[in-house]
Design a protein around this ligand. Sequence first.
Ligand code: CAO
Length: 488
Amino acid sequence: MARRKVAAAKPKKVVKRIIKKRSVRTVTNRPAQIKADPKVTAPYNNEWPELPPPSTEPWGQAGKALEGVRILDFTHVQSGPTCTQLLGYMGAECIKVERPGVGDITRGQLRDVKGADSLYFTMLNGNKRSITIDSKHPKGKEILERLIKHCDVLVENFAPGALDRMGLTWDYIHKTNPRMIVASVKGFGPGPYEDCKVYENIAQCAGGAASTTGFREGPPLVTGAQIGDSGTGLHLAFGIVTALYQRMRTGRGQRVLCAMQDGVLNLARVKLRDQQRLGHGPLTEYSQYGEGIPFGKAVPRAGNDSGGGQPGWILKCKGWETDPDAYTYFITQAPVWGAICDLIGKPEWKTDPDYATPPARLPRLRHIFNTIEAWTTTMTKFEVMEVCNKHDIPVGPILSMGEIAEDESLRATGTVVEVDHPIRGKYLTVGNPVKMSDSLTEVRRAPLLGEHTEQILTEALGYSAEEYAAIKASGAITPPEKKETEAA
Ligand code: CAO
């Protein structure tokens, strides 16, 4: 709106140029009939007349963001399931296909309650229905064909080539349903490693995160945040939603590929930034610089140094001797340096040329943080937070998972959600980290193996009761009969 007003105030020639420039950037693929109607004076961008008028429903009651989108969820372990769970949180209908009798391998991994699906599985597969299908059985293939026609997106993270070996090649899928989007997570993109199987930590290593994590004197470290799996799942979800948006114009699906190496590198991009900066001199904000230790050819591990331009470090707080998480992250942000000096009892540092400016402080960071730590150890991490916040000093307590599980505000916002499960009972899961004012998230428990097989076959895919009975008898949706010796 504001941009339009500015354009209207300019002389005609200039206006023309602005419109031309803008159309090149945003309107390239728009069908010819979609043109702004000069008669329409609605106070919104009316270059999209195919959109309905703005809803007058109360916020949150106009449906969910991805309502109507059907996902054929062929995912397992972590990366793929994170992606489809997020789409499910946004309102997409997720049909999870699992191998009869076996299911997603994580159902049985790291089990804490005997006979119940693990938290590994239940925390990654909420808001989905489960159907068991043997994808290599002829009848199973027939059901999958119906599912491909029924759904909008197929999401998978099998080992390279596994989907093709099931007969579900891109050509076959595209021919069967040209609107279908096929989204995949693989360990590596095309290249020397494309056929490799990959798990989380391999991706953290190959994506550059591990070599830049940890302490200089120690080995490379992986992080607890699952940036390879959940991080790539998140990237894939973004790709899928974008492909759905493009499909509105083109009418056709496309392939979306997220390699875990690429996803990790995307999250570690500031380290590739530093790699290039190294060519122009030492990385002055790294503590190593202040300690007079020369840099090598590649970005070193920087311990708890802040990744940005404002130096930071993890400091002990009261109780650190017995509580492994009694620490705070402390950032000596330049604009609040004066307040920091006053709080820690060093007002003279505000004018001392050795401490007054950020460049002067760089070679003394270790001493500065030791001095601040002498102050933070007199308070708990929460007291440090309270005192510093009053002065706009950026600090953050190191929260343990125990503290996060109990955090009332995270529960209130739906970031941590308690879910009830028929076998394991109540468990905590992470809800939707993305909050939308008009698409509210309901978190539903993970399905039991094959819980919705009959429902999906008969209600969604239209098989009659007789056909369902025949499918069941064929062995396509049930575990293979155990041989006598196996059963014994
Ligand atoms: N019916 C019949 N067969 C099925 C089936 C079904 N419903 N679902 C799966 N299968 C089969 C597959 O077709 C495959 O068989 P073939 O190898 O004979 O073609 C087989 O099960 C195993 O699939 P897989 O190779 O993907 O599984 P794996 O346990 O050996 O490997 C993993 C797991 C994660 C290493 C691999 O899938 C992978 O590299 N995926 C891509 C990267 C990724 O997502 N990694 C992150 C995982 S989370 O840490």
